[in-house]
Every structure is written in C-alpha cells, then in structure tokens.
Design a protein. Sequence first.
Length: 276
Amino acid sequence: MIEQYELSERYACRLVGLSRDCYRHPPQVDAETGALSAAIIEIAQVRRRFGYRRIHDLLRPEFPDVNHKRVYRIYSAANLAVKKRKKAKRPASERVPLQIASAVNEVWSMDFVSDSLANGRRIKCLTVADDFSHECVEIATDYGISGQYVTRLLDQAAVFRGYPDVVRTDNGPEFTSRVFMAWAQTHGIRHILIQPGRPMQNGYIESFNGKFRDECLNEHWFETLPQARAAITLWRQDYNEVRPHSSCGRIPPAKFAVLHRQNTSNAMLPTNEGIL
C-alpha cells in the first residue's frame, strides 16, 4: 500500500494513527487466543440469541482463566452481536412485587404462549416453571389445551418432582375451570390468580416466556405439530441443563436445583456434638 501510493512509512503511519513499531511488528495471535476465538465464533453461530456474557459462561469449564472482558474484546473484534428485536408496545401497568420463593416446588407459575405452523394453523404451548430454581417443569404443545389437559400434565410432572405448594396463573378459562379448581383442592395446593390486566404479577413465567419465544419459537419455522414438539423438547432440555441463568449464579437451573437439594439434605442431617 505504501509503495502503491509512494508514501513514506512515517507519513503513512501518521495518517492512520499507527505507530511505526506496530507497523513493523504486527501482533501475533497465540494458539490459546486462536482457540478461544474459534470457540466464541462457533457458539455465537449456533446460539444466535446468546451475548458475550452467556458465551463466557459456556466457555468457563474449557477456559477457566479467561474473564468476560477478554471474551467481549474477541466477540466485538469478530463483529458479533445479538440483533435486537422490536418489542411490542404495551400500556404501562402497575408494578407489583412478587413473593420470592425460598425452596424448590414451593411455587409453580404457568401460562400459555401461542404460535403458528407454516400452514397458518395456531398451536398453543402451556409453560410451567419453578419460581425458585427457574427450571422449566414442562412445556406442552397442542392445537388446543383444556383444563383437564392441564391437570393431567401436572399430575405427570408431579410423579417425578412432587406437587408444588402453590400455583400461580392468570384468569384464563383453563385455570378457572371447575376441573382445575377441584384438582388444586384435592392435592392441597394453593391457587393464586393474578389480577386481570396485571401480567407482571406473574413476572417469573412472563420472563420465561420471553426467552422461550426469543430463543426457540422465533428461531424455528414449524411445518408440523410433531416437529414443533421435538424442537421445543430439545430447547427445554438445553434450557434446564446447559443454558446458564443469571438468577442461579450463572449456572443451569437443573444444576442449581440439585445443589439446593443437596445443601438442604446436608443441613437436615443429625450431628453428634460429642464427637470432635
């Protein structure tokens, strides 16, 4: 370039704001930085909705000495970024603080998310999440979901997890049906109904649904119901077991729940104070 325009080295470096030493001795990328850069680009291409923070969380086991600042520098240098989606404008609503759960299975929140197949037919997804561990308890996908369908799904989830103490829902007909009310009463479960027009009173599941739509529904084009169910099942497994969650200490929700159960069990073990 210098020879092409017949410029001196000193003048050319001054034009671009580069020192002559840097021009003569360009930085060399070491093997570790090259491997780290390749890993960052690979994760960003597969997980398009992950920013540098979550990429750093996934890289931590393989690169324990790399901090998030270095990941950000490489992420930015590679011109990587999460494309911002336009958010729908909603009327301002009153902010109501949620009662914070203190244990797994204390509160389950649930709601519905709608989507469409390629042929235009609507599908409905019932999402159920644990307020404490932020685990996704279940996602059911079908053309239509009744109150009896909901109770049957919750019974299946309770076989492995046990029943929650509380369920929090909106005022949809599935949750205010006699079948659902009778189910909650039979199992001694307190049912909290949020106020109409106050979705933030069910903020945990609203936040989860936002991630579900952004990272799963908006990233796929479903042609059939079985295809949608398969993709959603894989995403739910990844969300629980791989995807780091900021509210869980930047570890996956399933791992957080396991650690909490272990700590609770250890705290309940009897101790012999006479043995020192």
